[in-house]
Design a protein around this ligand. Structure first.
Ligand SMILES: C[S@@+](CC[C@H](N)C(=O)[O-])C[C@H]1O[C@@H](n2cnc3c(N)ncnc32)[C@H](O)[C@@H]1O
Length: 287
């Protein structure tokens, strides 16, 4: 669906006033971008005529001459239907992280909170899904400096990059989606951890057969995928390591985790009908 974006560049201290004026015209969303010169507001409108009227109203407010320097511009945008969600994205709290879409302004984090800057492109993992946030929370409890991490089904790399921000080193990230390695690498770069995150389309079976083992394995997958990969998920967990699986429904998660033979459930975190289950190897005497 074609839509129209009103773009206005202004001093940061005018942003709230101008955004209020734009909201009065009923945009789908307003995005605020910090720039070296100040702030840019981008407001998306379904109707071109409404967008044009909003631009005129903004110019009247700021004193800019329509079409002149600093004036608001109404720009047609082609929406192919795959990026519409971006207008609705928001900063997502996932303690100890705040997941910040890269096109939104980053808030000042509270002490101990890590800003996790993510653009998923067309991969999964914007931070808007509860399973992503559940696993990020578990990583906060499990990862420290030097922890080795494998992210199975990395998507945007949100979990891998989050682990690296907590000090994990190295972090291996794998996905069957051909677009994931580039998205993950770009997100690692944005967060300053590109030197510790390696993303690829290597298969889990290959990783397992290579003998590589990890202190923490994160696997936010759907239940049938967890079941299909169960043996290899168990194999890649180091002797004292932990596996966090998610993408499982709160009322039937055990059907998948029962297949992770040799591991035992030590924690179940739930949100909005989903769970993230943490498992560790059974002590030898109890095998
Ligand atoms: C629910 S998304 C999780 C993305 C991200 N890790 C997060 O937590 O937001 C699941 C991902 O697993 C990937 N996937 C599915 N089957 C897989 C497999 N057999 N091996 C590796 N990745 C797989 C999908 O391509 C997708 O990117």
């Amino acid at each position: 669906m074609p839509w129209t974006r009103v773009v206005v560049a202004l001093h940061a201290d005018q942003a709230e006033l101008v955004a209020d004026r734009l909201w009065a015209f009923g945009p789908a969303a307003i995005e605020e971008q910090a720039t070296a010169e100040g702030t840019v507001l981008l407001a998306g409108f379904a109707e071109a005529s409404v967008a044009a009227a909003a631009a005129v109203a903004v110019d009247a407010l700021t004193g800019a001459v329509p079409g002149g320097p600093g004036s608001a511009r109404a720009v047609p945008v082609d929406d192919d239907g795959l990026d519409g969600w971006r207008a609705w994205a928001r900063v997502e709290p996932a303690p100890p992280f705040l997941v910040v879409p890269t096109w939104l302004a980053a808030p000042a984090p509270a002490p101990g909170v890590h800003l996790l800057h993510i653009d998923p492109g067309r991969t999964f993992g914007s931070g808007s899904h509860p399973t992503t946030r559940l696993v990020l929370g578990r990583l906060g409890a499990l990862v420290a400096a030097g922890t080795t991490v494998l992210d199975v089904g990395c998507g945007s790399g949100v979990l891998a990059v989050g682990a690296a921000l907590l000090g994990a080193d190295p972090v291996e990230a794998i996905d069957v989606d051909e677009g994931s390695p580039a998205a993950t690498a770009a997100n690692a770069d944005r967060n300053g951890v590109a030197d510790r995150v390696h993303a690829s389309t290597e298969e889990l079976a290959t990783v397992a057969a290579s003998g590589r083992r990890y202190d923490v394995v994160a696997a936010n997958l759907l239940a049938p995928v967890v079941v299909a990969l169960a043996d290899d998920l168990v194999r890649v967990v180091a002797e004292d390591g932990a596996l966090v699986v998610s993408g499982l429904l709160e009322d039937r998660w055990a059907e998948a985790t029962d297949r992770l033979v040799g591991l035992e459930v030590v924690d179940v975190a739930a949100a909005e009908g989903w769970v993230a289950v943490t498992l560790r190897r059974r002590a030898p005497s109890r095998r």
